[in-house]
Ligand binder design. Structure first.
Ligand SMILES: Nc1ncnc2c1ncn2[C@@H]1O[C@H](COP(=O)(O)OP(=O)(O)OP(=O)(O)O)[C@@H](O)[C@H]1O
Length: 517
């Protein structure tokens, strides 16, 4: 880290120092320009939202700020001191605490060991045996995020939401000058989100600056004071007060003009297409359940909704044969399949988009186009050889429609941003011509507002061509907007059904197990 001059705020509070000032940042990955001329200016004690469509460069900028990668050029100053972190450990030591979208805990280690990880990393090389933080200290950190759990429990036994709170608690245990939250609420329940926002506000009151990346406008409006919008690696809105901008202005800055669609008309459901009988997740999926009977008709969209850890995602995955089950069968248009047999489900025309595209879905080193075509490759092959042009002709329209960015179908999937990887997985399924059932977990997690509209349209269109669609999403607005009916999942079992038009409050009540008197 280098320390030389002091830079001062030029706007707002003259004379005061920006907590973080970033300017003129450029970063190229080979021929791809991820950041052209990015800037950020964060005030102490304020939440700063960083917005931009998928691939705009947000994660790249964050990685530079936290020292995970180095920029090709540009300046970074922390509290007025020019700074360049050689690695994340150095950034953490300086009080720059990153909380990642993809959790960075050690699943087999205990909560206490994970909470101690930063301290251990800092002490490496100095002590023969790394020390754990005192239990009382660890307990105080957990109290700060409102989490009451056993310090000796392996982290893998916690829900995803709880794990994220442990990660945040670990960050809060450090001197925290700048907290970097990259889509932190993707896996949190509404209660956990509220708790997180409470923690963030408290930190701000103590002077911490917060960089907050999200695609969810409601959350941005609830939390952020200032905003920067990146477009193609350039700040097109540069550290403006959020209150001075309308939502339409922000969207226009992100994407250019965009027509917002109103409420979608859903197709009329036809005959039963998918029938699950006695489906029970059981211990193999880590959840004890009661057997579930679920029928989804051709042209119908059924939403599975539940709190984090409810088993809604697992139950939906089981409907695609993508989870081991303790009992039950699936039938697709009358053909009975053993549940838990994904290969048989694929052969029966059951598409599946997992929630965790990194762990389950993508072949990172393969080209985007090959990733998108992996479910339909047989259609373009003859005698084991790919028919030239066939793959591109079938998949390119989908990649164009979902606005793959940058539009470089030959590039390895691993080099695309998170939202664009999600588009590849969706294209893979939507392009299957004899698709009968489509199960999509978290359809728009991490995708930008334009792609969200397109994906919603594409799912309704799939239903329109007779596909039975199942979605499971922690985004309740999405479930309400798309579903003919909503199945409530609690403790891994079905707990009732709600019709289209059910309001958000009523749905929340049911998910939490409250019933109207
Ligand atoms: N490791 C990498 N190798 C090659 N290209 C990359 C790599 N990481 C990012 N890119 C490219 O840099 C650009 C910016 O990506 P980045 O992940 O920063 O976008 P983002 O705004 O965070 O998008 P999202 O909202 O989808 O997460 C994209 O064109 C992306 O394809």
């Amino acid at each position: 880290m280098t320390r030389t001059a002091i830079t001062r705020q030029t706007r707002g509070d003259p004379g005061k120092i920006w907590t973080l000032e970033v300017s003129g940042i450029a970063k190229n990955y080979g021929a791809t320009c991820a950041l052209r001329n990015a800037s950020l200016r964060l005030r102490p004690g304020k939440v700063h939202a960083l917005l931009g469509e998928n691939g705009a460069g947000k994660s790249t900028l964050v990685k530079i700020v936290v020292g995970a990668i180095q920029p090709d050029r540009g300046r970074i100053a922390l509290n007025g001191v020019p700074t360049r972190f050689a690695g994340v450990r150095q950034a953490i030591a300086a009080g720059v605490i990153p909380i990642y979208q993809h959790l960075s805990l050690f699943p087999h280690l205990s909560v206490l060991e994970n909470l101690s990880a930063f301290a251990i990393a800092g002490a490496a090389g100095l002590r023969a045996r790394p020390a754990l933080v005192p239990r009382a200290t660890a307990r105080a950190w957990l109290d700060a995020v409102g989490l009451d759990c056993d310090l000796d429990l392996p982290v893998e036994r916690l829900s995803v939401g709880e794990r994220q709170l442990v990660e945040i608690a670990r960050g809060l245990g450090q001197r925290c000058t700048l907290l970097v939250l990259d889509e932190p609420t993707a896996a949190l329940t509404h209660d956990e989100t509220d708790r997180l926002f409470g923690v963030v506000r408290r930190l701000c009151a103590e002077g911490t600056a917060v960089l907050f990346i999200s695609h969810k406008f409601d959350e941005i409006e609830a939390l952020a004071d200032d905003v920067t919008v990146l477009r193609d690696g350039v700040a097109v809105i540069d550290a403006e007060p959020l209150a001075s901008l309308s939502r339409a202005e922000l969207v226009r800055a992100m994407l250019g003009d965009m027509v917002e669609s109103g409420e979608r008309a859903l197709p009329q459901p036809g005959a039963p297409m998918l029938i699950a009988t006695g489906l029970m997740l059981g211990p193999a999926a880590g959840i004890a359940t009661r057997p579930a009977d679920i029928t989804v008709r051709a042209g119908e969209i059924v939403g599975l909704a539940g709190l984090v850890g409810s088993g809604a995602l697992e139950l939906a995955a089981a409907l695609a044969g993508a989870r081991p089950v303790a009992a039950g069968t699936l039938a697709v248009r009358g053909e009975t399949l053993p549940a838990g047999d994904r290969a048989r489900a694929v052969a029966a025309g059951v598409g599946y988009v997992p929630a965790d595209r990194h762990a389950e879905g993508l072949f990172g080193p393969l080209a985007a186009l090959q990733n998108a075509s992996s479910s339909t490759v047989a259609l373009f092959s003859r005698g084991g050889l790919l028919r030239p042009g066939g793959e591109a002709a079938a998949l390119m329209p989908w990649l164009r429609r979902l606005n793959l960015h940058p539009f470089q179908p030959e590039r390895p999937a691993a080099g695309f941003s998170g939202g664009n990887q999600q588009k590849l997985l969706l294209s893979r399924n939507l392009a299957v011509p004899d698709l009968r059932v489509l199960v999509v977990l978290e359809p728009t997690r991490g995708v930008d507002i334009a792609a969200r509209e397109t994906i919603h349209d594409a799912l309704v269109e799939a239903a329109g061509r007779g596909v039975a669609v199942v979605i499971a999403s922690s985004d309740l607005d999405e479930v309400m907007a798309l579903s003919h009916r909503i199945l409530v999942v609690r403790h891994g079992s079905l707990d009732g059904e709600l019709p289209r038009g059910t309001g958000r409050a009523a749905l929340m009540d049911r998910l939490a197990g409250r019933r109207a008197a």
